[in-house]
Every structure is written in C-alpha cells, then in structure tokens.
Design a protein around this ligand. Structure first.
Ligand SMILES: [Zn+2]
Length: 486
C-alpha cells in the first residue's frame, strides 16, 4: 500500500493517456469502444499527483477503522464472544436475553465511539482536499465522477431517496406494526427486529455442501433458460469452495478467473438459510461471468455494480418458487416472505446511508454535534417504527457500523438501483418466465460493454431512479406480502 501502489498509479495513468490520446483512438468503432474510452478519460481527468499521498493516508485510516471494529469482543454470560457471535443472539426467542445481548453490543461499540469519530473526521478533511485538488467544489461531486456515474446525478439520488420515503417507508412501518402485534409488544425495541414472529426455529435448508450443490442444480434445471447447464459446469474445475472450516477467511463472493475464464465461488456455508441465499446470489454472478467471458476486452467482462447485482439479486427472487428442493410448504412461505420484506428494509437503509453521505460531504467542516443532528433527522425520516428510549446514544452512533462510509464512500446506492432491476425481473418472470430468462441472458451477455441504460433494457428492465417506478414495485411487492401469510 505504501511502497508499490503510489509508484504504480502514475504509470497506469500514463498508459491510459497513451491509449485515450492516441491519434487512432477516435478512429475506433464508436459502439465498441466508447465505454472503454470514456472511462479512461475520466481517470485521466481526475488524476492528480498531489492526491497520491492523501489516498495512501486514507487507506491507512481505513485499516485503522477495520482494526478498531475487528478487535471488538464482548464478555457475555462468562464467554468472550465476537460481534457476529453476539448478533446471532438477537434471533433468540427469549426477549430478556435479546435485550441484554443488544445492550452489551451497543455498550462495546460506544467505547470506541470517539476513536471512530476521530478517524472519520480525518478522512473527511482528506477527501475534501482531494476533491478541491481535482477542481471539484466538494467530495460528493468528485466521487460521483470517479465512479463514472454517467447515467445518474447526485440530484437523481436525492429523488430516489424521496421515492423510497414516499413508497417504501410506509410499508416498512406497517410491517413493524404487524410484527409488534404478532409478538404482543408495544412498542417494539431495537432488539425485537431479528426474532421470528411465531417463535419458530431458524430454517435449515441443508447440512453438507454437496446437498446444497445438488439442490441448487435441480432448482436451476427446473427453472429453465439454460441455468442448470451453466450451474453444472461449476461442479468440475475447482469452481466452488463452499464449506466453512477453521482458519478460512470470512465472507462470500464470486470471482472471475481471467486466465481460465471460469468463475470461482467462495463462501462459508454452515447450513443456514442465508447460506442458500448467498449460494444462489453468487450463482447469478457466476452466470454473468460465464455469459460474458467471450469478450476479448478484459474490461468488458465485468459489468458496473448497478447491473452486476441485478444478475445476482434476480436469482434470489426467481429461485423462490423452487425452494421445495430444500423446504416444506410452510418453510417455503417463510423464505418468500423474508426475501420480499428485504425490499423495504434494505431500500430504506440504503436511502439513510446515501442521504447521510450527501449531507456529510456537502457540509465540510461540520461539527460532531451537527453530524449527529443530521443522522437523527434521517433515522426519523427512514427508520423503523421502534422506541429508542434509553438507547439514544446507540441510535446516534449507529452509522459507525456501516463500513462503506469509511472505506468506500458513496458506494451503496448501486445496490438500491440493482434491487429495482431485480424486482422488475421477478415481476417479468411471473408473467412469462422463459421470456424473462431469455432477456436475463441477453443483458448479462453484454458484460460491461454498453452503458447502464442499455444493459437494463437488453435485460427487459427500466433503468430509472424515479418515484413512478418505485411506486409500481412497492405496490407489487406489497400485494404479494399481504397475500403471502407468515
Ligand atoms: Zn453480489
């Protein structure tokens, strides 16, 4: 980070310059090369030698944030536990256990509140300077350009926040009220959001990774569209590393191996429902890799996140009617409900985090008290219908958990845009599955070779951050939720 990257960056920029300013660049066929060239030109336009040491400092601050969060443990009921271990207790049916666990987590996080505020303040002033150096009035506008958001502006993002507020916040709050009623609680508290409303045991779709692979293979074959055949190619050739084992790195992802042009899926399966969700999600990314691997330009074998996550999130939704490979009828219903409830839940959180960053970076030099005020306003605007009485400090410091704010500023709204695509894909498949899947393949086969609106339309989807689209999607999901039962 300190020795290689700073020396590499100017060289890569020189290489980009050689291509983009070559006399032959403009003679290249436009439809084929415009996306590649416009991306390089933005990189060249934003490059400043003076920003390299500032970027290095930022990367080191991000490491410090990760270390601070990573070493958090809690002594609970005589055991030292990590934060992910503690989080599991929030699904327990014993309410007083949940409350104690939630409060122990919150207290531990608050211990480092000032340290994290210090890190964040330093990051903000470095980022503001980076933007000024590159000729931008603030870091928000700079970062939108750096992310090559050619097809939507900061104002479009604000319109999307308003659309989420108008059409999804009311659904979220009605679901909260239903949850409160089912649990017999008034009001709900922050530790009441993870427990099953009927007190049922967690879903257990499989025990061994082989069962997960077999079940997914049958599911994808039953769906049609050639998905099963693509999935089966991953069973050979070291494409899957699924099972959790001691010492294995955490997380789950899909990775395209550019030399062999085969996908690789890494995850830590432990027999939970969320492992099944991860598997079908990463399979969607793998389909994308497989369908776009023929492109000779490495750059075009990856799509921008706003569309790449349509490929994966669509599979979370389109596989739902086939979950009988893993579950009985009642459990299938729970899986459907869980995924549909994720739509308002994630969109309202995405709006909160994105709107927070718009405020943060367009108000440089703000105080911590002003920052807290801004956060409170957003919790009120987008948050769950729960009582924070006695837990105000934990509410005010809640944003400190969101690692994107530290290491990947403004990288989050992409998932919201992708979710609008995935929900559309799900609606299309309910009308005509084989047509929807044919379009899915068409869109994925383009890789990253065309602008976002074209990727969406090739897949039969609208690319819009509008209130009208949000309303349509909200209405459809809500109708399904009302009829779905628990
Ligand atoms: Zn993904």
């Amino acid at each position: 980070m300190r020795d290689v990257e700073p020396k590499l960056k100017p060289i890569l920029s020189e290489l980009d310059k050689k291509i983009a300013t070559s006399a032959h660049a403009d003679a290249l066929p436009k439809a084929r090369y415009e996306v590649l060239l416009r991306g390089m030109r933005v990189d060249i336009e934003l490059f400043r030698e003076a920003n390299i040491p500032l970027e290095t400092e930022l990367a080191e601050l991000d490491q410090k944030y990760n270390q601070t969060v990573g070493r958090m443990t809690v002594d609970f009921d005589g055991q030292t536990r990590t934060m992910p271990q503690m989080a599991r207790l929030l699904e327990e049916t014993d309410r007083s256990l949940r409350e104690r666990a939630w409060k122990a987590i919150a207290a531990r996080r608050l211990q480092d509140r000032d340290t994290i505020d210090d890190i964040y303040d330093k990051m903000l002033s470095l980022r503001h300077q980076i933007a000024l150096n590159a000729g931008f009035p603030n870091f928000r506008d700079f970062q939108h350009r750096r992310f090559k958001r050619f097809d939507y502006t900061p104002d479009d993002c604000m319109r999307m926040h308003a659309a989420i507020e108008a059409h999804l916040v009311p659904i979220q709050r009605r679901l909260d009220a239903e949850r409160a009623k089912a649990l017999g609680l008034a009001p709900l508290c922050p530790w009441d959001l993870g427990v099953d409303v009927k007190g049922r045991k967690p879903l257990r779709p499989f025990e061994k990774a082989d069962q997960l692979i077999d079940g997914c293979s049958r599911m994808f074959h039953a769906m049609g569209g050639g998905l099963g055949e693509m999935f089966d190619t991953m069973r050979a050739g070291d494409c899957l590393d699924l099972e959790s084992r001691p010492g294995k790195a955490p997380g789950g992802y899909q990775y395209q191996r550019q030399h062999s042009r085969t996908p690789f899926i890494f995850m830590n399966a432990a027999g939970m429902h969320r492992d099944l969700v991860t598997m079908v999600h990463e399979a969607g990314h793998a389909f994308h890799s497989i369908l776009s691997k023929g492109d000779p330009l490495v750059d075009y074998r990856n799509a921008p996140t706003e569309f790449a996550e349509v490929a994966s999130m669509s599979m979370e939704l389109l596989t739902l009617p086939y979950h009988g490979e893993f579950y009985g009828e009642d459990e299938c219903r729970r899986a459907v409900r869980e995924r549909l409830e994720k739509f308002p839940a994630t969109m309202t959180w995405i709006a909160t985090i994105d709107a927070f960053q718009h405020w943060i970076y367009t108000n440089p030099g703000h105080t911590r008290a002003q920052r807290t005020e801004a956060w409170r306003g957003l919790v009120k605007r987008f948050g769950n219908d729960i009582s924070w009485d006695g837990c105000e400090d934990a509410r005010d410091a809640q944003w400190q958990r969101q690692l994107h704010l530290f290491g990947m500023p403004f990288y989050y709204i992409e998932y919201g845009i992708a979710e609008t695509g995935a929900i559309q894909m799900w609606m299309n498949a309910r009308r005509d599955q084989s047509k929807a899947l044919a379009n899915y393949r068409k869109g994925l086969a383009l890789g990253g070779s065309r602008p976002l609106p074209e990727l969406f339309s090739a897949a039969g989807l609208r690319f819009e951050l509008s209130s009208a689209l949000m309303k349509e999607l909200a209405t459809e999901v809500d109708r399904e939720l009302v009829g779905a039962g628990h």
